[in-house]
Design a protein around this ligand. Structure first.
Ligand code: GMT
Length: 386
């Protein structure tokens, strides 16, 4: 078994979104631990700080060839991965999201033949829960899972769902997400001043604002709070907020909501917040929730997907869609600073004990070593359902 540093190619999405953020953090931690890491994406991942020792970024140009009706990313990605794997003698590819990254890796492996790096695929949620049910993608995803040397999922919940959807013969390994806080560049007081706050209770929400995040329920929760005058909802938006503008007026909460486009810098906003509010209808994990917990903030969320695995018993969870219960929970936190402090402290302890880099990285490294040594066999599936 190879015992020294490994050469690892990571393919991920570069934008605000949990899978790319996790992949970036993983690559940075691996590089810090002496491995050589090569990122592949169409843009530099938002939280990737370069230059850094042992970290390399390979930009993949999306092909806009006039011969074809639409731009293509998968083939240029596969070609770039194959080129770098060959020139740098990569030990393995670790791809985040089945489509297109695992498929591009499969193609790259075929181009390379027997010398191809091993392939680890990490599933993050919608690549199996949504795309896996789409007949246009399902067979391709199955193919990628079968041809991966190891498949991981970020929660038990996602593993179980993936098993149900694809009926994999072999278990998928659960390796949960982690977070490493960065020192905030501004103080809590500075950020709050910048947001125009005095003593308001600041409720933070960070997400891509995709439909699954249920921003309608987020805003309805604020509308139902009996302390609306004393709280502000701060949305760090990884996507356009315009579709929800009319709802602000409909619910009469325009003055209670502050929206900023998400940047790579989340730590200073986490530090400035008093609680987190997450109203998704599904989350395989909920990386923003974990980030909030690391900053000692209590979280109000619904009991869906992998969220209970992240929060454990640090904070109560509520049935999906119950904005009234979520609003009452926020009111309780606002009215009882002691309770908010206690739940925040419990969240921090749980986050550090279960989801720190020191806890999670050895699991990935152990998997890489097993895969590199050929001790993990390809995941088989039953014949696809017709
Ligand atoms: O949900 C998003 O907005 C982004 C998405 C992604 O793939 O980037 O997040 C997924 O992966 C994250 C990292 O593992 C998880 O924390 C999120 O829960 C998961 N999103 C969903 O399952 C909807």
């Amino acid at each position: 078994m190879k015992s020294g540093p490994l050469k690892i190619g990571i393919a991920c999405f570069p934008l605000i979104g949990g899978s790319g953020i996790l992949a970036t953090a993983l690559g940075s931690e691996l590089a810090r631990r002496g491995h050589e890491v090569y990122f592949f994406s169409y843009a530099q991942p938002v939280r990737l700080d370069l230059p850094q020792d042992n970290l390399h970024f390979h930009r993949v140009d999306v092909a806009h060839n006039p011969l074809f009706p639409s731009p293509d990313y998968t083939l240029p990605l596969a070609v770039k991965m194959a080129e770098v794997a060959r020139s740098q003698q990569l030990d393995l590819f670790h791809v985040h999201y089945a489509v297109p990254h695992a498929l591009a890796a499969c193609l790259a492996s075929q181009m390379l033949g027997p010398s191809a790096p091993r392939l680890v695929t990490t599933l993050h949620g919608t690549d199996t829960t949504l795309l896996g049910q789409d007949p246009d993608y399902r067979t391709a995803i199955e193919h990628a899972l079968v041809h991966s040397d190891a498949v991981t999922a970020v929660s038990e919940s996602l593993r179980n769902q993936t098993q149900e959807i694809f009926r994999l013969k072999r278990p998928i390994e659960v390796i949960r997400n982690f977070f490493t806080p960065n020192k905030p560049k501004r103080s809590r007081a500075e950020v709050r001043r910048d947001l125009g706050l005095t003593n308001e209770f600041l409720v933070l929400h960070m997400s891509s604002l995709r439909p699954v995040k249920r921003i309608d329920l987020l805003l309805r929760t604020i509308a139902e709070s009996k302390n609306r005058e004393r709280l502000r909802l701060f949305i760090l938006a990884g996507g356009p907020f315009e579709p929800y503008e009319p709802l602000l007026d409909e619910l009469g909460i325009r003055d209670s909501v502050i929206v900023r486009q998400n940047t790579a810098v989340v730590d200073e906003y986490l530090q400035a917040a008093d609680a987190g509010l997450y109203t998704s209808e599904y989350e395989s994990f909920g990386l923003s929730i974990l980030e909030t917990m690391f900053y000692r903030k209590p979280v109000v969320a619904f009991r869906v997907g992998g969220i209970p695995e992240v929060i454990g018993d640090a904070c109560p969870l509520y049935p999906f869609g119950d904005a009234t219960a979520a609003a009452a929970a926020l009111d309780e936190l606002l009215e009882s600073p002691d309770l908010a402090r206690e739940l925040g402290e419990r969240s921090r302890v749980r986050a550090v004990e279960n989801f720190s880099a020191d806890h999670i990285l050895p699991k990935y490294e152990a998997l890489y070593r097993r895969v590199a040594a050929g001790k993990v066999h390809r995941a088989g599936i039953e014949p696809a359902t017709q």
